[in-house]
Every structure is written in C-alpha cells, then in structure tokens.
Design a protein around this ligand. Structure first.
Ligand code: GAR
Length: 210
C-alpha cells in the first residue's frame, strides 16, 4: 500500500448495490487505498442503503420529487458529498443521469460502471439490447462521467462471452462477476494517481511511468 492518504469514495446507487458490496469488501480488505465514506440513493427502498447501514457507512435517501428542479436536487447531493469530503464519486447502478451541477463540482472525479462494452449498447437496457442484437461478446465498462449518456472517457473494459442459451439474467450475472473486479481496480488506479485523461482517452500509467 502507498503512503498516500486514503481516497474518500462516495457511492451513488439506486438498487441492489452488489457493486457497492464489492467496493466495500476491497476497501475493508485493504486491496484499495480507499474507503467508502457515504452512500446516497435516489430510491428509498434500495437494498444498497441497507448494505451501508450494515457497514456503519453514513447513508442518505434523497428524493428527487421533493426538489423543484433537477439542479436543486443535485445541489443537495453535492452538499452531502462535500460534507463527507468525497474525493471520488462512484455511480454504481445509479439510474439517473449525472447533471451539470454534479459534473462541474467533481470534474473528472465521477466514474460509472455500465454492463456492456461501450460505445455499444448505452442506456438502461443494455444487457437485453446486446442479447437481442445477437453479439457473441459483451462485458462491462468503467468510464469517467461527462454530460452524455454513457459517453465519457473509458477507463477499463472487460469482455465476457455470450452463450447460446443465455437469458438476460444469466448474461447479467456473468457481467456482474467481472464488474466486481473491474470497479475496485479502477478505484485503485485513481487512488494511486495512475489515470491520465488525454482528450477522450484515459491512459493507465505504469509504476515505471509514475
Ligand atoms: C450493474 O450491472 C451496473 O453495471 C448497471 O446496474 C447494475 C447495478 O447492479 N448499471 C447500469 O445499467 C447503468 N446504466 P448493483 O446495484 O447490484 O451494483
């Protein structure tokens, strides 16, 4: 482990939070020099919030409906992120598009994970779309977040085979397994200062280049 200070990670979620679980595990096992300092959900019943409680991580449900605009909602999110001194914002099954407020405050410090090999199959039904299209290989992508839908600079990708008898569920399960490796790895690289953004490309620096 490096002598750097731990990266303070905030995780935004909407659902089950199995990626959150993988990140918490990697942090608790000291596999990454980072700790999850806050979890925020836009869904009150997200199981991810219960995972945060189990690990004594401060957690918040922020209800978009209670705000007069999307900007006001994001101002509240940014306020919580700042209160918890977040260095990095991780979208992990967060089913809202990050807006300008969030992106401006955390420029190049927001990551998303997507269950397809971008730029193929962006959006919310990517596993189904890839399966219906008939691709033989799919996978997952970790990318920095920009204003677009799943369009930001790609950090890491990993492929999985699509099998003839796959259903959306079996394929997504196989993709999930690689997500649990890839997201902690991307956080590790960020926390070690090894990610350099050059235009739309992300260079992963080797130890020798550091
Ligand atoms: C993950 O497979 C993630 O890639 C996907 O939602 C799932 C969340 O699972 N994200 C998107 O589709 C974003 N467009 P989890 O809540 O168990 O981590």
């Amino acid at each position: 482990m490096t002598g750097r200070k731990k990266t303070r990670v905030a995780v935004l979620v909407s659902g089950s939070g199995t990626n959150l679980r993988a990140i918490i595990n990697a942090s608790e096992k000291d596999e990454i020099n980072a700790s999850v300092v806050v979890v925020i959900s836009n869904c009150e019943d997200a199981f991810a919030l219960k995972r945060a409680v189990k690990h004594d991580i401060p957690n918040y449900f922020v209800d978009l409906k209670e705000f007069e605009s999307r900007d006001k909602y994001e101002e509240e999110i940014v306020k919580i992120l700042k209160e918890h001194k977040a260095d990095l914002v991780i979208l992990a099954g967060y089913m809202l598009l990050a807006g300008q407020k969030l992106i401006n405050e955390f420029e190049n410090k927001i990551m998303n994970i997507h269950p397809a090999l971008l730029p193929s199959f962006p959006g919310t039904h990517s596993v189904k779309d890839a399966l219906e299209y008939g691709v033989k290989v799919s996978g997952c992508t970790v990318h920095f977040v920009d204003e677009g839908l799943d369009t930001g600079p790609i950090i890491l990708q990993k492929a999985v085979s699509v099998l003839d008898n796959d259903t959306e569920e079996t394929l997504h399960n196989r993709i999930h397994e690689v997500e649990y490796e890839l997201y902690p790895e991307a956080i590790r690289l960020f926390s070690e200062g090894k990610l350099r953004i050059d235009g739309h490309r992300v260079k992963v620096m080797s130890d020798e280049e550091m």
